[in-house]
Design a protein around this ligand. Sequence first.
Ligand code: PHE
Ligand code: ZN
Length: 853
Amino acid sequence: MSEQKTVYLADYRPYSHVVESVDLTFRLHPTATRVVARLSLRQNPARKDRDHLRLDGEGLKLISCKLDGQAITPAVDERSLTIAAHELPDGPFILETEVEIAPEANTALEGLYMSKGMYCTQCEAEGFRKITYYPDRPDVMSRFKVRIESDLPVLLSNGNPVASGEGWAEWDDPWPKPAYLFALVAGDLRAHSASFVTASGRPVDLNIWVRPGDEDRCAYAMDSLIRSMRWDEQVYGREYDLDVFNIVAVDDFNMGAMENKGLNIFNSRYVLASPETATDDDYYRIEAIIAHEYFHNWTGNRITCRDWFQLCLKEGLTVFRDHQFSADMRSAAVRRIEDVVTLRSRQFREDDGPLAHPVRPESFVEINNFYTATVYEKGAEVIGMLKSLVGDAGYKRALDLYFERHDGDAATIEDWLKVFEDATGRDLSQFKLWYSEAGTPRLKVEETWDNGVYTLTFTQKNPPTPGQPIKHPKVIPIKVGLLNPNGDEVVPTITLEMTRAKQSFRFEGLAARPVPSILRGFSAPVVLDRKAPPEERAFLLAHDTDAFNKWEAGRALAKEVMADIALKGAPVSPAWLDALAAVTFDDTLDPAFRALCLRLPGEDDIAQTIHAMGRIPDPAKIHAARREMTGALAIRLGEGLSRLYKDLDDNAPFSPSAAQAGRRALKIAALGLLSRRDGGKLAASAFARARSMTEEVGALSALLEVGQGQAELVSFAARWGRDANVMDKWHALQIAHAEPAEAAAVAARLIGAPGFDWKNPNRFRTVIGALAANHAGFHHRSGAGYRLVADWLLKLDPLNPQTAARVSTAFETWPRYDAARRKLARTELERILAAPDLSGDLREMAERMLAAG
Ligand code: PHE
Ligand code: ZN
């Protein structure tokens, strides 16, 4: 591998040329595809100098090159093709190149590759340069015409279909776009079709393309697409802008899905669903990802990013939009809680370790390594804060202005903030720190009660992160409500705007000292450092009118109980058990909410909390503490659990609705606890009777957790062995429920099994990801977890560096642990770095992680 260079935001310069239009011809062949690219070029008037023409290109075999029809011999190296300035005409000119590539040999799944006989592309972020010579940067936008020649029956590209015949098809995309949005698909595919008429009356053909046999598992994805299209019209006033919208499901894909203009490409696990094969969680994710990719058509495609440092411009905003959509489609409260759980387990974890970086980074080596929880999830939170600060009406004005002013642009975070400033008159210079400074702020709270005046004083601490030792106070919207001691709300939710390091807010005219409900709806991505007595947490769990904070009170209590058990060997708190029992059996509450309350904090989350207390987490003790709490809960909830289970175990015909999913979630939570009492008897019969994958997996999981379920594993495999996406659940469950000392061995056995396709990213992530997620197993003191993950990263890296690098984040928390574990982890990271021919992707990750220790 050639040495990769660090790229800096500060070095941005517009490209030397403008690409007026692109004509691409593909003659598809597994080992020798020919790509002819005809670029209409002229000098960029935004550049004063007269520069050479440098096109990106990697792994291409140049067959020919013509400038205005004349054959030339350009300078070519491993990464580019260059034509000297003095060889270029003064006016517009045409450059035509022909290259040869081998899609079948492309295991990195970037550029043009093959998956089970079908051709497909992935160009974000820098994959187009593996297809042809081109200025592969998002600020170069052009009109693409594509001709595909192949014997395969279905030939797709971006835009609208123009013409087709035996063995060929032509596509024309009228919307200028950057190369990362280019896509091509060719295969023996079947369509699940529907139609849509936009608000202004434009008819659109919708197709979801899948392998033969999968057509009957596309209905939910199609329904989600139609609802997304309608929602974006109604809520953001954004209409679709082509005659067709195509989605293709592919089995080999590095990420979740990709928003290519008019031709979204999806990891098949986020398209295909039927009650027998998809869990409720799968249904939710399909809906959310279909929406996400569709919403990119405006936030990402019509308005794209000037450079990859601005990635959060499209991703943070599009995640924010898909969260809004899911909240509208489902329960807003449940969605908010789930989103915060994810934020904490992925983004807070990232922010707290060696890989911490700002929402808008200022340098990178490999851009693929910056598709992170910080850019996506924190990027969305930052927009949520902005909306709280300017209000719903201000947000709407700003977004309307954004679309009006920047349609067709490759924009920046400065542009984004400017529309908010112009639309609302607000100065956002301090707010911008959320984009430039990494790390999760910690918020301390003091209260005083004096003669009817209640005062809340907040102190914010912004911790140092790698490369950013000094931080500044942030603007923090803190939503607060006050309850009186009877549990009535005396001050409904208001937004306090904190801008200084320390700041007080007074409340007057109260009859009694109130109980505060702080950071309602999780109004800012911060850690609230507030000691509260267990009684107060229990009080809020019972009475808070804000659903998020109601849940959060129980969550905070559970975390304290778990940390006390792990650190001090404390007994399981009866106050926690009583409070949770009250919620579990409160039939006035949404079953989905009750199920969320019954889900105990994760072990990694507790390790993060203990680390923040300045202590060293012991994974074995945390694991034991969590088990002890579950056991005590099963006893405390007693007979009521069986009644609850029976009430929820109805015969209603299956629907993937949020309401029914909530009932199933509570039923399965009850089943898990009941299994601790009956050794899995009920779960075994629930498995046998299961009518949906949610129930099947729920019962199997309950069985495995109590050391049962071997026969059920066999029957599951017999039933689903041919469906790899379903079998991912079977693999993940076994690793998730393995005893810590055995987790690595279980994972090793599964990934090494004959016929297991570990080169497929879904398979690899399932097994290695499940091991990394088994906290006590991955961090087992033997070091077997670390060793196995490193072994497999090294095996995958030469084939698929992008996925290897992503999965390597398993190690990002290693500096938290004791000296013996740190030594074991360090050894593995050093072993990775010592590998000959290590990819730039994995090298950057390992180096950044090691730098912290
Ligand atoms: N842009 C995609 C999304 O968030 C993610 C992606 C990035 C997919 C890079 C593939 C490669 O929707
Ligand atoms: Zn996205």
